[in-house]
Ligand binder design. Structure first.
Ligand SMILES: [Fe+2]
Length: 388
């Protein structure tokens, strides 16, 4: 169940090569494409983003170039959707992948890129550099303040035949170019800022308390937690431009850390929960974080207290961070949203808990998990929040 303790862990840092950030940084997109002599643009864009001013501005800026816009994917993209996208890309003969959206758009772009060079297969021979050498040029434009998919070597894709989310890893999935333009966040709803912001907050806390965390990574989580405490609620409730920019930047920088440290059972549980319920990842991580933190608290008390202090949560005592997250879930209406989505739905808690036991987060979770029943209890506790 638990991987052998590493005494001399190696942190291989893989990052995008070029990162543009700040308001209006999207204006660099055309320049990047011209610099790389890319002419046939296969653009994977979240359908909601395509309707926003940000999406329309991108379209206008690329006028006159050969473009194909593809949006036939869902919140939890599936293998079948990626296969259809691959067919479209091949027919169009695209020479660059441009992903514009949240984790869904960026992850499905990665899988399409993989299918193109790997005979439509998810099985990767990591000793063979062919995939990396032939992977299409990749540009990511994240439009949320969560996931960090734009700098992650993983792609999450749903396998409908097993009702399971698969995490596929390849260094090719790190885009060469990332554009972090906070203007992309202006059209997000309060719920979506909260959901993606809570995802990022969970990443920062989970890395901070991970069993595999070290002072090296906590140098970064400490500053992320301070800025999350200062800006998360301003971003959610007031949509302050400065707050949204900081949240987008934290999503990026925090995601760089956890290929090294792993996450906690909150993520281990939220992925199978998402596979069964088809709800937004950030909402589900936020929902299970409080119960996961309470479960883990005995094993990481000092680090959790430190996180509470850095975040500046308005509660004292051992339960402060969990209570603060619960307040955000309720005030931002995420709880209401989940409650409505789950209404009449049978949640197979045992199957979800058993799937979570196979998660890579098991070996980084602060407290040793002895059985799937403990995970089922965390899920049960989380669902109680919806009854309030
Ligand atoms: Fe996440």
């Amino acid at each position: 169940m638990r991987k052998k303790e590493l005494t001399h862990a190696c942190w291989e840092i893989c990052t995008p090569q070029f990162v543009y950030n700040g308001p209006k940084s999207i204006h660099n997109l055309k320049h990047i494409l011209q610099k790389e002599s890319l002419e046939r643009l296969f653009i994977i864009i979240d359908p909601k983003v395509a309707q926003t001013q940000f999406g329309k501005d991108i379209k206008n800026s690329l006028e006159g170039m050969q473009t194909f816009y593809w949006s036939e994917f869902t919140t939890n993209p599936t293998i079948e959707q990626a296969k259809k996208g691959t067919e479209r890309l091949r027919a169009f003969q695209g020479d660059v992948l441009i992903a514009i959206g949240g984790g869904s758009a960026i992850d499905v772009a990665k899988i399409i890129g993989l299918f193109v060079v790997n005979h439509d297969s998810l099985s990767i021979d990591h000793t063979n550099e062919t995939i990396h050498d032939n992977f299409l040029p990749f540009v990511a434009v994240p439009t949320t303040c969560g996931t960090g998919a734009e700098c992650s070597p993983y792609a999450i894709i749903k396998d409908c035949s097993m009702v399971k989310k698969l995490a596929i890893e390849s260094k090719s999935f790190i885009p060469k170019y990332v554009i972090l333009d906070p203007d992309a966040l202006q059209s997000l709803s309060q719920e979506m800022i909260a959901a993606t912001g809570l995802d990022t907050t969970s990443h920062a806390i989970e890395v901070h308390i991970s069993r595999q965390s070290t002072p090296l990574v906590r140098l970064s989580t400490c500053s992320a937690l301070v800025f999350l405490g200062k800006y998360l609620e301003k971003g959610i409730y007031q949509k302050e431009p400065e707050a949204l920019e900081v949240l987008q930047d934290i999503a990026f920088t925090t995601r760089l850390l956890y290929p090294r440290t792993g996450l906690s059972i909150a993520h281990g549980l939220s992925h199978p929960l998402g596979a069964y319920t088809d709800l937004h990842h950030g909402m589900l991580v936020g929902l299970v974080m409080p119960a996961a933190l309470r479960f883990n608290a005995p094993a990481c008390r000092a680090l959790l207290d430190e996180a509470a202090s850095l975040l500046g949560v308005p509660y004292t005592g051992p339960d402060g961070v969990a209570q603060w997250i619960e307040d955000i879930l309720i005030k931002s209406t995420i709880c209401d949203h989940i409650h409505k989505h789950f209404k009449g739905m049978e949640i197979p808690k045992k199957s979800i808990a058993k799937q979570a036991m196979e998660s890579s987060s098991m070996c980084s979770n602060p407290r040793i998990i002895e059985s799937y029943q403990e995970i089922q209890d965390i899920l049960q506790q989380s669902l109680k929040l919806l009854e309030l």
